[in-house]
Write a protein that binds this ligand. Structure first.
Ligand code: OGA
Ligand code: MN
Length: 218
């Protein structure tokens, strides 16, 4: 396992951030390969693999609406925390992305939440959207893959349904790929996996505080 510098700073270049902003504003999604340093990817994978036995079954819906439903998804998750080096480095990269999107696209992204996901053999996540227009504060989804040696036969493609072109986009979940898309625009699914699959799913959110509701809920 590689060690990360104690003073980690974002590696996302201005060119990459420009490309992300332009592509998101034109087509609503982007697939970046080799998005983050290999040392960070391997540290995150090591963390996910060693802690996978403690991951919890993922549910659907948030807070009071949260429920388990293993006909829809069978992955297991663990929320990222800034107390771990690799996780803080990842969160720092996403913070740079958040600031860049706000600066370039005025998205008003307020915070970011992310979890590791482990799909054991046979796991899947049926077609869904991450957010319903007007009903949620999740605006922009990120999925980052950690799997080295991933082959087509291992399954687990992320399939994004682009309602504009009608052609589904298949993403093979190989280490270093970062997918970013508008949370309420693109139905997507995770095809059944035939080997342990590790990723980090995350959401940039806008603040939905009002007189009667404090956001985020603590
Ligand atoms: C999700 C999700 C996609 C993936 O967690 O909401 O759609 O490829 N994940 O892991
Ligand atoms: Mn999703």
């Amino acid at each position: 396992m590689s060690t990360l510098p104690t003073q980690y700073s974002s590696t996302l270049t201005e060119e990459t951030l420009d490309l992300v902003a332009n592509t998101i504003s034109q087509q609503g999604y982007i697939v970046l390969t080799d998005a983050l340093p290999p040392g960070l990817v391997s540290s995150l994978l090591a963390k996910a693999v060693t802690h996978a036995t403690h991951f919890k079954p993922a549910g659907i819906g948030r807070n009071q609406q949260h429920q388990l439903n293993n006909t829809i998804r069978t992955d297991r998750i663990c929320w990222l925390s800034a107390s771990n080096n690799a996780e803080s480095a990842y969160l720092l990269e996403m913070e740079a992305l958040r600031i860049a999107m706000n600066k370039r696209l005025f998205m008003g992204l307020f915070d970011y939440e992310a979890h590791f996901a482990h799909y054991p053999c046979d796991a899947f996540y049926k077609k869904h959207v991450d957010a319903f227009k007007g009903l949620t504060n999740r605006v922009l989804t990120t999925v980052f893959y950690l799997n080295s040696n991933w082959d087509k036969k291992d399954g687990g493609d992320l399939v994004i349904y682009d309602t504009n072109t009608g052609a589904p986009l298949h993403v093979n979940p190989k280490a270093g790929i970062l997918v970013i898309f508008l949370s309420d625009e693109f139905p997507h699914e995770v095809k059944k996996v035939y080997k342990d699959r590790y990723s980090i799913a995350g959401w940039f959110r806008v603040n939905s505080s009002s007189l009667t509701k404090v956001d985020p809920e603590y």
